[in-house]
Design a protein around this ligand. Structure first.
Ligand SMILES: [Zn+2]
Length: 237
């Protein structure tokens, strides 16, 4: 019976002591764990990018708190750049890029841009294949405006003396494949020779005997080109 009484205060004191030790101990352990965890986090986080920096900084950081502060700084800045304000600046930069596309229409006739999708894709393949063979194909005239075509026709009429003769070289706008983006004139001579020989593989063919520079998408890729015509003929109005 008497043995029951003394142990109580003792046990209570022990419990208090233990709880105090426990709180301090747990606090220390938790603190250590947090510190360790933070450092491990840093090491893991930094490890992805800069290995040499981590290995040198990571080791002393466990014992030395100041190093931890040094380590902590780079990571939040990185996290902030990753998560938060990244999206708004991107949208801000996108509209400013639009003016860069302005130069495209300037030299349109000398590029493949205005050509029909069919001729454009076929010619792109042919140009790449020619390049692989050491031949550079340059576009001297692709899609033309109706006004440009009419000017060319007027000049040709003066040069050849008649509308009929002129149209062997330059068709009126409404008949011209160039105005429709379905014809391309190329150069130099080596390119004409290459495309005349290999164009059929890509469905691109020389059309007229009198114009070695003029090509159109006249056949299915891989099939023989149709017979050449002596020259262009303007249809009767
Ligand atoms: Zn042409």
């Amino acid at each position: 019976m008497s043995n029951d009484l003394p142990p109580r205060p003792n046990s209570a004191g022990r419990t208090r002591l233990l709880s105090v030790i426990g709180v301090v101990g747990v606090g220390a352990v938790v603190g250590a764990l947090l510190l360790w965890h933070a450092q491990v986090g840093e090491v893991l986080g930094l490890g992805a990018d800069k290995e040499p920096v981590v290995s040198t900084v990571g080791a002393p950081a466990i014992g030395a708190p100041p190093t931890t502060t040094k380590l902590v700084t780079p990571t939040p800045s990185r996290r902030t750049t990753r998560s938060t304000p990244t999206a708004p600046p991107k949208t801000a930069t996108t509209p400013s890029k639009k003016p860069t596309k302005k130069p495209t229409p300037v030299s349109r006739e000398e590029s493949i841009d205005g050509l029909s999708p069919k001729l454009k894709s076929r010619l792109t393949k042919a140009i790449a294949a020619a390049k692989a063979d050491g031949v550079k194909i340059s576009i001297t005239s692709g899609r033309r405006s109706a006004a440009k075509q009419q000017r060319l026709l007027n000049d040709a009429i003066k040069r050849y003396g008649s509308y009929k003769l002129a149209t062997r070289w330059v068709l009126p706008p409404k008949y011209s494949a160039h105005v429709q983006g379905k014809a391309v004139d190329i150069g130099p001579a080596a390119a004409m020779t290459w495309l005349n020989k290999n164009g059929w593989r890509y469905g691109v063919c020389r059309r007229y005997d009198n114009e070695p520079w003029h090509f159109e998408a006249l056949t299915t890729p891989g099939k023989k080109c149709p017979p050449r015509e002596p020259h262009a003929v303007a249809k009767a109005d």
